[in-house]
Design a protein around this ligand. Structure first.
Ligand code: HEC
Ligand code: HEC
Ligand code: HEC
Ligand code: HEC
Length: 359
């Protein structure tokens, strides 16, 4: 989402669509402008002066009735394309769906409904599993970026919190996001919803212990153990992916043809999508540990497939011995390895901050 150009209304760096998850002024503006398309047109700066409020009441509540409501067109439309009506969602489902307005996988569709307009879209037409969304992207031959080292056409996962959560036992037993992240609290005999969204681990008695009788330490350990175990597997996948990218570069350098590389790059794309999907939602390892473990294993399989094919290809091209694993032991070394110009990036970011006071 980076542009090299100067920061002004027309050229960037971010499209106006990026406001969508940031403020209740977005639904207001969409109403005023008459359609979501009109709002998504142009760059971030176009509506900058209008967007003044942090995430607030009107993102999740109807201003008149204070009932929970969906204010983001992308979620309503994603339901419609699946033949479902979000207005029919139960109250308990709404206690998760208000979060699904932002905590989901998405992309900008620049073809539909209007050519050239980055229209915020959830890739849920085939369903909301990792494979369903991958099939959706494959079908429209979408890629977010081309990997600089391997030249693989990559997908970038955003934050599929809601989709992964749905695969876990809590969701399947009807527990909602709000049950853990917005637990009830009592003050002066009044029971109300805690609106300070954060880690449920800061309030085990208000969240977990409403349903579980285990001690606090046990419940915290449940969360950390799941996170640690998934991370252990994910790190293995990460190492294999780095090797695959580097070996792909070695194959290109040795004169591999596009045709020979195609199935290899596809396997790399699939593998990294799985890695990213598992890493992008910070709560996912707890929300649905079995599903995230499954996704990571399937990523390992595709990385392995790419590397087996690469080993054969490299041998056929006369490349002998192992391809050296790069030194990426520090962030700086890794950035240098993938060719990021951190100085230029930082200067661009500072300029952007200065101009729009965003931190
Ligand atoms: C991220 C979504 C979200 C935002 C933003 C939000 N709320 Fe809520 N609010 C909820 C949820 C979820 C509930 C629980 C509703 C239920 O179970 O009926 C709730 C419940 C309430 C209730 C019902 C009484 C209660 O405490 O359970 C009131 C009143 C309320 N919110 C006011 C506000 C106000 C005022 C703001 C802005 C300062 C706000 N909310 C912002 C999601 C949100
Ligand atoms: C209008 C968009 C929007 C809605 C609706 C929304 N969020 Fe968020 N949420 C965000 C953004 C943006 C962040 C900040 C992400 C970041 O800092 O990287 C965030 C951060 C969080 C965090 C991390 C907070 C922390 O301490 O770092 C949690 C947990 C969270 N949201 C849960 C929820 C839950 C649960 C709901 C529904 C009740 C919800 N959110 C609804 C946009 C939204
Ligand atoms: C609203 C009720 C509710 C809340 C709140 C809740 N849970 Fe659960 N939890 C359940 C139910 C129901 C199950 C499924 C158990 C079953 O069906 O036997 C479950 C299952 C689990 C499991 C086993 C499944 C797995 O993922 O491995 C763990 C661990 C767990 N919960 C931990 C927690 C922790 C930690 C918290 C707080 C952050 C929490 N729960 C909050 C109701 C809840
Ligand atoms: C059963 C309890 C439970 C439910 C239900 C639940 N979460 Fe979580 N969530 C957690 C726990 C525990 C963590 C990990 C917190 C930590 O590591 O401190 C977490 C982490 C997160 C994070 C990462 C926070 C951060 O600091 O980066 C986000 C975002 C989030 N959850 C959103 C959601 C959304 C959206 C839903 C509903 C679709 C949801 N959660 C449902 C318990 C729950």
């Amino acid at each position: 989402m980076r542009s090299g150009g100067p920061v002004d209304e027309k050229t960037g760096p971010l499209p106006s669509t990026c406001w969508t998850c940031k403020s209740p002024d977005v639904p207001r503006m969409i109403k005023e402008l008459g359609s979501a398309s009109e709002f998504y047109k142009g760059k971030w700066a176009k509506h900058g002066a209008e967007i003044v409020n942090h995430i607030g009441c009107a993102d999740c509540h109807d201003a008149k009735t204070m009932n929970l409501t969906i204010t983001r067109p992308a979620l309503v439309e994603a339901f419609e394309r699946q033949g479902k009506d979000i207005k029919k969602a139960s109250h308990q489902d709404m206690r998760s769906l208000v979060c699904a307005q932002c905590h989901v996988e998405y992309y900008f569709n620049t073809k539909v409904p209007e050519e050239g307009v980055p229209y915020l879209t959830f890739p849920w037409d085939k369903g909301t599993t990792m494979e369903d969304m991958e099939a959706y992207y494959d079908n429209i031959q979408f890629s977010d970026w081309t990997h600089a080292i391997s030249k693989a056409p990559m997908l970038k996962a955003q934050h599929p919190d809601y989709e992964i959560f749905k695969m876990g036992v809590h969701s399947q037993r009807g527990v909602s996001c709000a049950d853990c992240h917005m637990p009830y609290k009592s003050e002066g005999g009044q029971k109300f919803t805690n609106h300070k969204l954060g880690s449920p681990l800061n309030n085990i008695s208000g969240s977990c212990q409403v349903c579980h009788r285990e001690e606090t330490d046990r419940l915290v350990a449940d969360v950390y153990e799941r996170q640690d175990k998934i991370k252990e597997q994910r790190d293995m996948l990460e190492t294999m992916l780095v090797q695959a990218h580097v070996e792909a570069k070695a194959a290109w350098d040795a004169g591999a043809t596009e045709e020979a590389m195609k199935p290899i790059l596809l396997a790399i794309r699939k593998s990294q999508w799985r890695w990213d999907f598992a890493a992008a939602g910070h709560g996912s390892s707890f929300h649905a540990p079995v599903e995230v473990g499954r996704i990571v294993s399937s990523g390992l399989m595709f990385a392995q497939e790419a590397r087996v094919k690469l080993a054969r290809l490299l041998a056929s091209l006369g490349v002998k011995g192992e391809i050296a694993y790069p030194d990426i032991t520090t962030k700086e070394k890794a950035q240098a390895f993938i060719g990021l110009d951190m100085k230029a990036l930082k200067a661009e970011k500072d300029l952007f901050k200065q101009k729009y006071f965003i931190n």
